[in-house]
Design a binder for this molecule. Structure first.
Ligand SMILES: [Zn+2]
Length: 297
């Protein structure tokens, strides 16, 4: 379980919570927000800072809010005995992405292991007059604290060469484990990301994390021998560049890895070149190809 720390600064000291018998689940009632934003909203309420102990984002990242042993400010009359977990999103109107659901399940299990005295997992609306966390919030799946499909693995995956398992379904996440070539590992969940890349939630020894379908089998396209650029001929040369951009964490637009070098691919190349301090010209020549290979490895 990786819990990210945003380095939030609280306006004054937070008192210790005397007992811990419940976890209370919330939504942010905002479709897009970060832990820092929620912290600033709560500061502007005149509170000492974010009222929740944890914040779970749609990408599956889990953020520390108040320290886990301190008194929260998230459910009037229930703060004295509970840990508050908030999920990015507005679940009166949207469904929860798979990565966020899996992270929520893992977090609930983690908190229960840390506090064996927890006997109840509640929705905010169970203790206060509110609609939080919304009718579309997958409460029973998260409250059970395990991946949907119970303990049985959904299947196994095998990698052609050693490959990295990430803490979240994106290659910009931290490394959680390494899968060895030719060994089968169980997975419990599948997530299809914005670029239509399929990710598996795998267990590697005591660790678990996400591996992409393409990483398991390496880039299926041969490296181009020519420079590819916006409007160049279609084909596998373009797909090679797109595959590497996606696996380096760069969004190439809705159509994903097709073989057309359009404006979204061009913009992704330029963002990549800027990040790698290469000449920013949108052209995938030898220097950019070398950097792309390094970024994916
Ligand atoms: Zn709430």
């Amino acid at each position: 379980m990786t819990i990210k720390n945003a380095g939030l600064i609280f306006a004054g000291s937070l008192s210790k919570r005397e007992k811990t018998t419940a976890i209370i689940l919330h939504h942010a009632a905002a479709q897009r927000c970060s832990v820092q934003e929620v912290h600033s909203w709560h500061l502007s309420n005149g509170w000492k800072g974010i009222g929740y102990h944890f914040f779970v984002r749609k990408d599956g990242s889990v953020w520390q809010g108040r320290p886990i042993d301190r008194l929260g400010a998230h459910a009037k009359d229930a703060n004295s005995y509970s840990i508050g977990v908030c999920f990015e999103g507005d679940f009166t109107r949207e469904a929860m992405p798979a990565a966020q659901l899996a992270a929520g399940q893992e977090l609930v299990s983690y908190i229960k292991r840390k506090y064996p005295g927890i006997s109840k997992i509640l929705k905010h609306k169970d203790v206060c007059a509110t609609t939080c966390p919304g009718d579309k919030f997958p409460f029973s799946k998260i409250a059970s604290g395990k991946a949907s499909g119970a303990s049985a693995a959904a299947g196994t995956v095998k990698a052609d060469s050693n490959c990295t398992v990430y803490a979240h379904p994106t290659v910009s996440a931290s490394r959680a484990a390494t899968m060895k070539a030719g060994t089968s590992y169980p997975y419990t969940s599948v997530y299809v990301g914005g670029d239509k890349v399929k990710w598996y939630l795998v267990r590697v020894g005591n660790a678990s994390g996400w591996v992409s379908e393409n990483a398991l089998h390496g880039c299926p396209y041969a490296e181009p021998r020519v420079t590819v650029y916006k409007g160049c001929p279609r084909g596998d040369n373009v797909k090679w560049a797109q595959w590497h951009l996606v696996h380096a964490g760069y969004d190439i637009g809705k159509s994903g890895i097709d073989d057309r070098f359009g404006p979204a691919t061009d913009a992704a190349v330029e963002r990549f070149q800027r990040a790698k301090k290469l000449q920013v010209d949108g052209r995938v020549g030898p220097a950019t190809r070398k950097a792309l290979k390094e970024a994916v490895r």
